[in-house]
Each structure stands twice: as structure tokens, then as C-alpha cells.
Write a protein that binds this ligand. Structure first.
Ligand SMILES: Cc1cc2nc3c(=O)[nH]c(=O)nc-3n(C[C@H](O)[C@H](O)[C@H](O)COP(=O)(O)OP(=O)(O)OC[C@H]3O[C@@H](n4cnc5c(N)ncnc54)[C@H](O)[C@@H]3O)c2cc1C
Length: 203
């Protein structure tokens, strides 16, 4: 199924001939890469899409997550995907080597996600939300926050979400009312209500 959902020939043409992504390796940050490692990354994404994601598409749609003893259970294929995605290094791929990443250009990481999203877009939500949350910590977090969260998130052990929407604030994010009050022990007391949080809880 994954082969039918995208054209590798068209993707390669867009990346290597139109965008000329191979020129990126002239930059120091990407010096460990070449055209072959870019292609290899896309091959791995295709394998995961074909072997894990596409075969689970119908069953995971029919067997929706359920709530059991206050815990959300998701389809087992989500775990298989996260494990394969993380073990292949794709969760950490665009991040710096300092944090176990590959310093892969984001355009190649995005192309890999496009391949996987074409096979099962809902699954890619889990990895995308985690990478987005990790990137927030990577960009704005202090040293302690980075040390606590990044290794676990970039290895796929911990997941991330995006908690924006509230009952009274969907598109209008200037209306969000949730507050975070700093506590004496360095933690924050969060008061408010969030809804529609994709990948907000999963076992
Ligand atoms: C499957 C799913 C997953 C989601 N996952 C997440 C998540 O992970 N994290 C998260 O924070 N949120 C998530 N959301 C929430 C999503 O981001 C909100 O539903 C979205 O922001 C729209 O808000 P709303 O539903 O309150 O609709 P409203 O903002 O009330 O919009 C209702 C209608 O009014 C229109 N409208 C709104 N504002 C304007 C405007 N200024 N001008 C013209 N028209 C307008 C909209 O187009 C829409 O048709 C998810 C939603 C869904 C359905």
C-alpha cells in the first residue's frame, strides 16, 4: 500500500533536482551526510511505512483507543511504529549529535515523514508531536530541562503533545485561560482545562 500512496521517483526528483538538497552538505552542520545517507533515510522510512504502518491502517482505524482504569490504551501498532521509528534514529534525526541526533537536514526528515504519513497519517502524529515538544525544549529549555527530557523523548521512551485547545479557545488562542504558577520547589501548579489533545495519553 505504501508504494501506491507516493511516488519515490517524484520525491527524489523534487528533493535532488528541484531543491538540490545535496548542496546542503557543503555546510559544516551537515558534513556527516551525502546523497547516499539522504537516500538511505528515505529507504528506511519506506520500509517502516510498508512493513508496519500501511498494514495496520484499517485495523487501527476500526479499533479506536479505549479508556481503562483511567488509562488510554492505543492500538499495538502505534508502539511498533514508535519503536521502529526511534530505533532507526528518526525521532532524533534532525537534532544535534550532542543529543544523539544525526544533524540531518529537516527537508530530508520531512520527506521521510511524508512517506510514512502517506501510509498512516495518524501514526505520524505521535512522532511529530514528540519531536515538536522536544524541539521546544531544545530551543528554549535550560540545561537541566534538556538533560531531563531530551534523551527520553528523542529515544521514543517519553512522548510529547501540544496542549493548546481549551473549551472556550480553539482557533482563538489569545483566549486561552490556563495558568501556570511557580511553586517554591521549582515546579509549576497548572490550573485549567485542555481538550482535543492528540496523543495526550497512551499505553
Ligand atoms: C482530531 C483533532 C485533533 C486535535 N489535536 C489537537 C492537539 O493535539 N492539541 C491541541 O491543542 N488541539 C488539538 N485539536 C483542536 C484543534 O486545534 C481545534 O479544534 C481548532 O483549533 C479549532 O478550534 P475549535 O474546534 O474550537 O473551533 P472554532 O475555533 O470555534 O471554529 C469554529 C468554526 O469557526 C471558524 N473560525 C474560527 N475562527 C475564525 C475566524 N477568525 N474567522 C473566520 N472563521 C473562523 C472555523 O474555521 C470553524 O469553521 C484537535 C482537533 C481535532 C479535531
Amino acid at each position: 500500500m505504501a508504494e501506491k500512496t507516493f511516488s519515490r521517483r517524484n520525491l527524489d526528483f523534487t528533493l535532488f533536482e528541484v531543491l538540490q538538497v545535496s548542496e546542503l552538505i557543503q555546510y559544516d552542520y551537515f558534513k556527516a551526510h551525502d546523497t547516499e545517507t539522504f537516500g538511505f533515510t528515505l529507504d528506511i522510512a519506506s520500509d517502516i511505512a510498508r512493513q508496519i504502518m500501511a498494514p495496520a491502517f484499517t485495523d487501527s482505524d476500526r479499533k479506536q483507543p479505549d479508556l481503562e482504569n483511567g488509562q488510554v490504551n492505543v492500538h499495538s501498532s502505534i508502539h511498533a511504529f514508535i519503536n521502529a521509528f526511534s530505533e532507526a534514529g528518526l525521532m532524533a534525526a534532525p537534532f544535534s549529535e550532542e543529543w544523539g541526533g544525526m544533524q540531518l537536514p529537516k527537508v530530508i526528515a520531512a520527506a521521510a515523514e511524508f512517506i510514512m504519513g502517506s501510509a498512516h497519517n495518524s501514526m505520524v502524529m505521535y512522532s511529530d508531536l514528540t519531536k515538536g515538544a522536544a524541539n521546544l525544549i531544545y530551543t528554549f529549555g535550560n540545561a537541566e530541562q534538556k538533560a531531563v527530557f531530551l534523551p527520553k523523548m528523542l529515544s521514543g521512551e517519553w512522548m510529547g503533545t501540544m496542549c493548546l485547545t481549551e473549551v472556550q479557545a480553539g482557533s482563538s488562542l489569545s483566549d486561552v485561560a490556563t495558568s501556570a504558577s511557580p511553586q517554591a520547589d521549582g515546579t509549576y501548579l497548572i490550573k485549567g482545562q485542555k481538550i482535543f489533545i492528540s496523543a495526550g495519553d497512551q499505553m
